[in-house]
Write a protein that binds this ligand. Sequence first.
Ligand code: SF4
Length: 140
Amino acid sequence: MADCCGSNKAQAQTASCCGSDKKKTVLLYACSGGANVAEISDKAARELMFSGQGTMFCLAGLGAGIAGMIQTAKDADVNLVIDGCPMDCAKKVFEKAGVTNFAYIKVTDLGIEKVKGVRCTQEQVDKVVAKAKEVLAAQK
Ligand code: SF4
């Protein structure tokens, strides 16, 4: 098998030859709770994932203290955490797990009211997706 750029170094899974366009590992987390703002966080994270902005990762795994998942978060180039409301559940999971390398968005900070028992709207999801893209662009 040919070496990359004449080097014998093994390539990282995400790196291409010479590392010139190495893709960053971007992980996305949503609080995914019961209120409308949590539904928004979840849908926004999925839209970001399916539009190629990153990979959704399991917040509950970090909360459960799964060592391998915590390590994966620590090793990521970017962790984007989307919380629903000022309870900051997702942020607190990160803090408890000792994962400090994360960017952060809170749905209620974007002028969206937390209401239980109603479905979110696509307009609200779009607002969070747009903000998330801004935050992710700043991480590059
Ligand atoms: S951050 Fe708010 S919306 Fe999200 S799970 Fe916690 S209480 Fe529910």
